[in-house]
Design a protein around this ligand. Structure first.
Ligand SMILES: Cc1cc2nc3c(=O)[nH]c(=O)nc-3n(C[C@H](O)[C@H](O)[C@H](O)COP(=O)(O)O)c2cc1C
Length: 383
């Protein structure tokens, strides 16, 4: 098929998939367009690069089953606050309950954001372990890779890490996860960026350097660190990435923090900042850790922007939460409707933008196929 043939197929797929997206749409894309969408997250192969970031959309098994049914590539469970054997949580300020979320637009055309005052998992740790076991069953059945996320104790400079929290939480999660290594995200959240704890650059860099060893001391863990947007400049953001280089993957970067309103926010300011930081040169060693993009990903074009800056997968939250009329699809779950737009939109979907790169000569077919992972620069490409 030539490029006008692909364009015609895309227009027709976009229309007919508005009513129902095939679960294995990646296989369809490979067969029809000769485009291999395979991505990677935390060392695991994915059929395509789109996953769901930790938050209110991965709190229970029902949500995960709907995502599995939609063909989502992976999901990160809501962040749990670490505890020791007695149930003490040094970060308990993050375990607050708040159910109200408001999906709204940032002023001046700044994109969608979700305003929410809550923080981490607010039910018992045992309930969280139950969710992790259920997530493992889905992963083992090849339905959906769904991994836990933790916020562990972070000490002030001169203070020691509370290893009893690291030990108890990591061991319990490793036991709930069906095999070794445990795949795990460590969250450094935007509300942490707004906390006096994060006022000191040296303190933040110490956390990023030392947290991996405190987690890995207690179990075989493949670790993604989800970096916050600190309240410092772009150079410091890059220094944070370098300091975190012993992680297996970095999730770049969680939402911005508005100290006046006291809330985290997203939208185009977030993706502008993230992409700008990822454009800066780094002292980090190539290849490890791999990168997973997050922040205002609302189109295939935006997925490509993150991929061209090193991200071999992406994790979204806000785009899975829009009012239904914002999606071109007319039926299906929000996850299906979002995937439909991200992959099949004829102008800004992932297929359209990869074909555009091919036409511009910046992406080439290998053995007749275009590969999503070929968008990722060599130095970041997972091997
Ligand atoms: C309501 C809400 C709750 C969130 N909770 C968490 C969380 O518990 N842990 C975490 O690592 N990220 C959390 N996030 C961040 C998202 O996973 C995501 O990385 C971030 O919102 C940027 O992506 P987006 O612009 O697609 O929303 C949350 C985001 C929102 C909007």
């Amino acid at each position: 098929m030539n490029s006008s043939g692909f364009r015609a197929s895309l227009a027709s797929d976009f229309e007919r998939f508005k009513r129902a997206l095939p679960r294995d749409f990646a296989a369809h894309v490979r067969a029809v367009y000769r485009i291999n969408l395979a991505g990677r997250y935390l060392g695991e192969p994915l059929p395509h690069p789109v996953g769901k970031g930790s938050g209110q959309l991965s709190l229970n098994l029902n949500q995960l089953e709907i995502d599995a049914e939609a063909g989502l590539a992976f999901a990160v469970l809501k962040t749990v606050i670490a505890q020791d054997a007695a149930g003490t949580q040094s970060m308990s300020a993050w375990a607050i309950h708040e159910s109200k979320m408001k999906v709204e637009q940032r002023s001046g055309g700044g994109g969608w954001t979700v305003t929410w005052k809550g923080r981490g998992w607010d039910r018992s740790f045992d309930e969280y372990l139950g969710l992790v076991r259920a997530a493992w069953d889905l992963a083992a059945a090849g339905q959906l890779l769904a991994v836990p996320s933790v916020k562990y104790h972070l000490p002030r400079l001169g203070e020691a890490f509370r290893d009893d929290e690291y030990a108890y939480t990591t061991r319990a999660l490793a036991a709930a996860w069906g095999q070794s290594p445990l795949l795990l995200e460590k969250d450094f959240s935007p509300t942490l960026a707004g906390d006096p704890l994060a006022d000191e650059k040296t303190q933040i860099l110490r956390w990023l350097r030392e947290v991996p060893q405190h987690i890995r001391a207690h179990a075989d863990v493949r670790l993604a660190m989800k970096l916050m947007n600190a309240r410092f400049d772009d150079d410091f953001q890059r220094q944070m990435m370098d300091a975190a280089s012993s992680a297996d993957a970095l999730v770049v970067f969680n939402r911005l923090f508005d100290p006046v309103a006291g809330v985290a926010y997203g939208g185009s300011e977030l993706s502008d900042r993230n992409l700008r930081v990822l454009d800066r040169p780094s002292a980090r060693p190539p290849v490890r850790p791999s990168l997973c993009g997050t922040g205002n990903i609302n189109s295939g074009r935006m997925i490509v922007a993150y991929a061209e800056r090193g991200c071999s997968s992406v994790q979204l939250h806000t785009f899975f939460q829009l009012p239904l009329e914002e999606y071109p699809a007319t039926e299906g779950s929000r996850t299906q409707r979002a995937l439909h737009a991200l992959i099949f939109d004829p102008q800004d979907g992932l297929i359209a933008v990869m074909l555009e790169r091919e036409a511009a000569g910046t992406l080439e077919r290998r053995k007749g196929e275009l590969h999503f992972l070929d968008l990722v620069p060599d130095a970041y490409r997972p091997r």
